[in-house]
Design a protein around this ligand. Structure first.
Ligand SMILES: [Fe+2]
Ligand SMILES: [Fe+2]
Length: 276
């Protein structure tokens, strides 16, 4: 530890020269360094009358460790890019099956993105099943059919955004299996519209949990770029979707199962509400 206060607390000791050189992390989000080292060299000279030691000189130097173990100074030297790029961390791989762009992208983040792609596809599949249900001739709630069709496409867009991001970082998209959704959404107590909308709300809340888990993985792997991608492209949209569907659930609870549902459906159709 490099703490002046901790040394001063021990009065009357003849400290002489104390060298504290334990590595200390400077920044967990540095894009260039895997570890940073802070070296503090302190010289203490005890004062006889006061009985308290006073530091008269402190020198500090910092260095960063680049992938591969080479330690590079971060201050006091002219930046020498053509020397630094010789580090193997910056050399483009030649093996055809290996990504050229990949840098500081962990297997854990790659796997977590593939999991989220699966979640988005599942949502898309369920919403598509709801579209098919409400579009039937004996159901004929065209506003709900349109809303769930748009929502299904929106979820597929989310999956595609994650795929493009995976490729951008040099990961590999792996699609997992998706469960077949129900084809019937009628419910004797709630009616089909409210039942489907409550199911949609549950799905969106679950998706929010999954996104927060993905964000945690990005944090744990020290990947601020992935964390920023999730925050800027997904988290806002997700809480807005939860609010919108919650409103719909409240409205459907008010109108009951009969004529009111037809009015609700017409309002969705006329207003052209955006998908969730
Ligand atoms: Fe989504
Ligand atoms: Fe959604």
């Amino acid at each position: 530890m490099c703490s002046l206060a901790s040394f001063l607390a021990i009065e009357g000791t003849n400290f002489g020269t104390i060298l504290a050189s334990k590595p200390k992390s400077l920044s967990s989000s540095s894009m260039m360094s895997s570890q940073a080292h802070l070296n503090c060299k302190m010289h203490f000279y005890p004062r006889k009358r006061a009985g308290v030691s006073v530091a008269v000189s402190v020198s500090v130097s910092a260095s960063v460790e680049i992938d591969g173990g080479n330690s590079m100074p971060v201050s006091g030297l002219v930046f020498q890019p053509f020397e630094e790029v010789k580090n193997e961390a910056f050399v483009a791989p030649v093996a055809p099956q290996v990504s050229i762009a990949r840098q500081r992208f962990t297997d854990e983040c790659e796997a977590a993105i593939n999991e989220q792609i699966n979640v988005e596809y599942n949502n898309s599949y369920v919403y598509h099943a709801m579209f098919a249900y409400f579009d039937r001739d004996n159901i004929a709630l065209k506003g709900l059919a349109k809303f769930f069709k748009d929502s299904s496409e929106e979820e597929r867009t989310h999956a595609e955004m994650l795929m493009e991001y995976q490729n951008m970082r040099g990961g590999r998209v792996k699609l997992h299996s998706i469960m077949n959704p129900p084809s019937e959404f009628d419910n004797a107590e709630k009616g089909d519209a409210l039942y489907a909308m409550e199911l949609a709300l549950s799905l969106e809340k679950l998706t929010n949990e999954k996104l927060l888990s993905l964000h945690k993985v990005a944090d744990r792997c020290n990947d601020p770029q992935l964390a920023d991608f999730i925050e800027s492209k997904f988290l806002d949209e997700q809480v807005e979707a939860i609010k919108k569907i919650s409103d719909y659930v409240s409205q459907l609870r008010r109108v009951g199962k009969g004529h009111g549902v037809w009015h609700f459906d017409q309002s969705l159709l006329l207003e052209g509400e955006a998908a969730v």
